[in-house]
Design a protein around this ligand. Structure first.
Ligand code: F6P
Length: 392
């Protein structure tokens, strides 16, 4: 039987989205299936915005950045989730899931492939859980914060962009003897900052999973670095990095707890951390550190602090080869699951193999664990580059 498969992309765009779409199209063409692109994620799904995708007119789509079928951050469960009373809320979520599942039938689809992060996949997971919908998930996000897959596609392309920028800024930092604070995307997950920071040899790395102490983790390190003859400094700072409560109360004067607690939120309730602009906050706070300034000047080093917010440049451009190949493989695997009527699954990368896990498991968040060896690498780089290594 000729199957008709819908495909949508939700959440932020990400290098490799088109690679997955191309993988789906290649395998579907081989199986004789029809693929219907749903425009603008869940928004277009609810508004019947569809068009058939023809693989023969899309040669080499896997090499192109962004998403051919557009994306949006639309949460169909927004109203249901806003209900305070738990039983009523659960009931409303179930009803929404059933309405969403019936929309698959309205669009005359036999299956729906959803490509997105924890928010988009969470929507699909509930459609399967409450209404047994024929959905498959593909994990996407530059943030790499999804459990049950070793990497999400888009992550390594974003790492390369961030790492290259930090490499490049080093020459300016060196020429002017400046402190540069580079703000990296990633929301409440530090993977992007940690890995790109290590890759570029950042002197200090600040991530959300490890709240920092302004005095110990920044001021003292900068002082030690100047002491050991270093004249420029690169700080990689996650957009979601936060100080410890103790440091916040003791060291910060330019933002209030209220600023942190009342950030605007997106459709899924995620606080828009970039609005805090932690790199800018740190520039202001460090500019207030007169003792450190005097110490720098005494040592004949400029005390000039600048920030660069990488923002959307990190999601821009073409996917790197890793993400192209991963995207294609995940796309093929999604169609294999459709072939086997194995729905409610998220495709994933497990070591070097492509596999799948249940959507409810796969849509969970993955933050940097305290035991990560990457944290040890970052700490050692910071320590050794300020002359603080142990000689035991
Ligand atoms: O989830 C991917 C991501 O790029 C985050 O790192 C970032 O916080 C967010 O999206 C930005 O979203 P938007 O493009 O909607 O501002």
């Amino acid at each position: 039987m000729v199957k008709t498969i819908g495909i949508l992309t939700g959440g932020g765009d990400c290098p490799g989205l088109n690679s997955v779409i191309y993988g789906v199209l290649l395998k579907a063409a081989d199986a004789g299936y029809k693929v219907i692109g749903i425009e603008k994620g869940w928004k277009g799904f609810l508004e019947n915005r569809t068009r058939e995708l023809d693989v023969s007119s899309l040669d080499d789509l896997h090499t192109v950045g962004g998403t051919l079928i557009y994306t949006s951050r639309t949460n169909p469960y927004k109203n249901a989730k806003a209900i305070q009373e738990p039983v009523e809320r659960e009931k409303a979520i179930k009803e929404t899931a059933k309405m969403m599942a019936s929309q698959i039938k309205t669009l005359k689809l036999d299956a729906l492939i959803t490509i997105g992060g924890d928010d988009t996949l969470g929507v699909a997971a509930a459609m399967y859980k409450y209404a047994g919908a024929n959905v498959i998930g593909v994990p996407k996000t530059i943030d790499n914060d999804l459990s049950s897959t070793d990497y999400t596609f888009g992550f390594w392309s974003a790492i390369q962009l961030a790492s290259n920028t930090m490499d490049n800024i080093t020459t300016t930092a060196r020429s002017h003897q400046r402190i540069f604070i580079i703000e990296v995307m990633g929301r409440d997950a530090g993977w992007l900052t940690l890995v790109s920071g290590i890759s570029a040899g950042a002197d200090i790395i600040l991530i959300p999973e490890k709240p920092f102490d302004l005095q110990n983790d920044i001021i003292n390190i900068l002082r030690d670095r100047v002491d050991s003859g270093r004249k420029y400094h690169i700080i990689a700072c996650s957009e979601g990095a936060i100080p410890t409560r103790e440091s916040f109360e003791r060291d910060f004067s330019t933002i209030s707890q209220n600023d942190i607690d009342h950030l605007p939120k997106d459709d899924f309730g995620n606080p828009l951390l970039a609005k805090l602009n932690m790199s800018k906050v740190l520039v202001k706070e460090l500019n207030n550190q007169n003792k450190l300034r005097e110490y720098f000047i005494e040592k004949d080093v400029a005390y000039d602090i600048r920030e660069v917010t990488l923002g959307h440049t990190m999601r821009a451009g073409t996917p790197n080869s890793f993400d192209r190949i991963l995207g294609l493989r995940l796309g093929l695997q999604a169609i294999k699951l459709v072939n086997n009527n194995n729905f409610g699954q998220m495709v994933c990368l497990n070591g070097t193999e492509i596999g799948s896990v249940s959507l409810s498991e796969g849509a969970q968040k993955k933050l940097v664990p305290k035991t990560s060896d990457l944290l040890e690498v970052a700490d050692l780089i910071t320590k050794v580059k300020c002359g603080k290594q142990n000689h035991t």
